[in-house]
Design a protein around this ligand. Sequence first.
Ligand code: SF4
Length: 466
Amino acid sequence: MVKVMDGLNSMPWTRLGPLANGWTVEGTHIPPRDRFKYGYDLWSNGLAFEAFGIGRTYKVTIRAPEYGDGVWLFNFDTQGRAVNVSYTGTYWGTARLPNPELKMDFRLLPYPRYRPEMHRLIGGTWLRAKWTDNIDRSGLNYRAEILRESDPFYQAAMATLDEFVRQCMTGGLSADSADAAELIAIYRTLPVRHHLELQQESARFHGILQTCGDIPVEPPELAYDHYHAIPLKVQHGCGGPCTFCSLYDRRIRILSEEDTRRQIDDMAGYLGEELDHFSKVVLLEGDALTVPSEQLATELHYARQRFAIEHVPFAHAFAKASTVMKRSRQELQLLKDSGLLNVNFGLESGSQELLDLVKRGQNLSEFHDTVALLREIGINVSINIICGLGGVEFRDRHIEETVKFVQSLPPGTKVFYSTLQISPTSRYARKQSAMFGGEVATDDIDRDKEKFARELGAAEYLFVPM
Ligand code: SF4
């Protein structure tokens, strides 16, 4: 539910500066907002809703007419971490900052209403802005692209940030009013962090979760809510034998209750005052309900208490239906009462023959019964299907049988699709031509997506690593 506009950009700005290098700096401090009131800003392009996760915000603009034709805007969270950066111009120093190209899956608004922009997620991944193209129907289309360190916009933004932080911390920022002096003191106390410290923060986040590198922690049903969800790893791996995937370690390792409690404490420390606007938890990794139910219930209680989350239910979990079906009704009821809100299953396909061929280890009739039981108990279910699974050989059957199977599931089951990503070293990749007649062409995949959207109301699932 999007609450629009709380007037953040109408706060008064204080001139701070100029910096010793001649750049002009202004700053403002947005006071804390109501708990659970989403910090949505309506930017000047009028369409891009932004949900950077902030309860209290510190904003800085930087301009230097001889150096660049635009204005930088940095937003910092209460830990001094930049969470959002935008620029209104096309160049800064020698860096050219063009609009993203269409291949990036954005529907762009005509310049100058568009501006380059990036957002830092909870774990440190930078994303290019998200855009919506059917806001009139309140259907916010999710658009995201990961910004790599080689991207000129990232580099220019980080160089500008570093220069601001350096001058702020070493006295290069001069105050010519009491308000300015107060604001500069706040930035030093936070303290605002330069880009290497931001990277250290990312490493700290991954260390807490004991993950290395990118992890897709955003369940699809949280597409516009992920700034408000705290990831927690309650088990390691997924236990899936699927031939096409190498997302997680195959072996399941359940984290002890003590480890999970420590993780919850560390995550609370990482978020600090930012905890105020987090209202959900996402349980990692691939099969959270493999954790014994009583233990998981206790962990959920502790997380809710430690993160001061008032809403119940509040937890999303990735799980396997074949695991959930081994849980009794009483156990599932206990988990619901402890806050389990939504379980996300990878259905992948409604063709039993295809599932067996890719070693999915999933019986469709059991999957159906598991979804029905969860819905009966009042736990929401979202499912994912994979476009392109089974290649050319299975294309028609995959689509038809999946549509039929999903339509047989209880109403209210949310459906998402993604495109097949094959691990190059996987068995699937080696056998693809012989077993499945090769990959489905991109145009056909697009047609399949349209069919899933039309007939199942399915939405696209983009993996967004934190
Ligand atoms: S598809 Fe799911 S269950 Fe299968 S290997 Fe991948 S993450 Fe594991």
